[in-house]
Design a protein around this ligand. Structure first.
Ligand code: CUA
Length: 337
């Protein structure tokens, strides 16, 4: 009986892990913020598990020692009553101590997270919209303020402060391996600080239900060594490259003559829309439509041909293009490295 129960539990656990593919990201932290939160999680989990086991054990003992064959079940037993009162009193005191200790650790974690943001190496402004992220790198020189979308590059080992805002509804910024969650609320600014201890790609996800495509509102944080980050930033600051191939040049004409320019901006061209993701260097990004698709020629074509089939309800409309126009437009966007 017990063996069968254990086997079922093990199988359920294995199925759960297989479903997730790997150990949950929040429990494999790769930065100080994520570390602190994972430690707090384990402390709470272990303390609560021990308390639960003790309660179940006490219950089992009480059931095992239960006696029904006494002559008078209501007779007073002062000695047993005194012992029971002492046990209940001790448990009450222990509950108070555990609550105070856990509250103290929570406060200490929050203090550590706040301290992380005291001397940021870099300040970003991330604005959430249904269903994508605008990313802006602040700089004292206005011509060095960089705007991009859905992909955040950061230097390894340096705290990066992120000011969070929202355009429409409440969203939540969450990159589980680097930090906890922080809401993006229309009309106010919240701040979160992230720091990556190792180079790599860290997936982020909107963590507050924000409408139909909430699940397709991911972002990517790319942490790289300082020189690589500086090179990336300089390259991103440059206006869009002049297309070399005839097809890409035709694609630029398609882009500029169609409604694309009403919403999107490609620096270096007359387009100046600000309500949709900035596309100046879209060809250098790894994903499309806020992490919905990998950025490839095929997915670009599929997305432009029918965005509503891929992300129903998003603000990207279907624009009438014939096959040649679509091919040329995709070639142009892909060339924007
Ligand atoms: Cu944005 Cu959920």
């Amino acid at each position: 009986m017990t063996a069968r129960l254990l086997r079922s539990v093990a199988m359920a656990g294995a199925a759960l892990l297989a479903g997730c593919g790997e150990w949950p990201a929040a429990l494999t932290p790769m930065g100080e913020g994520g570390d602190r939160i994972a430690r707090l999680f384990w402390l709470f989990t272990i303390v609560c598990a021990v308390v639960w086991l003790l309660v179940v054990l006490a219950l089992a003992i009480a059931i095992a020692r239960h006696r029904v064959d006494r002559a008078d079940p209501l007779a007073e037993e002062p000695r047993r009553d005194r012992a029971a009162r002492r046990v209940v009193g001790a448990c009450l005191a222990a509950t108070g101590v555990i609550l105070i200790v856990l509250t103290g650790f929570s406060w200490w974690t929050g203090k550590g997270l706040a301290a992380l943001g005291e001397r940021p190496a870099l300040t970003l402004r991330v604005t959430a919209s249904q269903w994508w992220w605008q990313v802006q790198y602040e700089d004292d020189q206005p011509n060095r303020v960089l705007t991009t979308a859905n992909e955040i590059h950061i230097p390894v080992g340096e705290p990066v402060q992120i000011k969070l805002e929202a355009n429409d509804v409440i969203h939540s910024f969450w990159v589980p391996r680097l930090s906890g969650k922080e809401d993006l609320i229309p009309g106010r600014q919240n701040v979160i600080t992230i720091k990556a201890d190792a180079p790599g790609r860290y997936r982020g996800q909107c963590a507050e239900f924000c409408g139909l495509q909430h699940a397709k509102m991911a972002l990517l944080v790319v942490a790289e060594p300082r020189p690589a980050f500086d090179a990336w930033r300089e390259a991103q600051l440059a206006p869009a490259a002049e297309p070399q191939e005839a097809e890409a040049r035709r694609g630029r004409d398609v882009f500029l003559s169609k409604p694309c320019v009403m919403c999107h901006q490609i620096r270096g061209t007359p387009s100046g829309g600000r309500v949709a993701p900035e596309l100046t260097h879209i060809g250098s990004r790894e994903t499309l439509a806020a992490g919905t698709l990998p950025l490839t020629r095929g997915s670009l074509a599929a997305w432009i041909a029918d965005p509503q089939a891929i992300k129903p309800g998003s603000n990207m409309p279907r624009v009438d293009l014939d096959a040649d126009e679509l091919n040329a437009l995709v070639a142009y966007l892909e060339s924007l490295k």
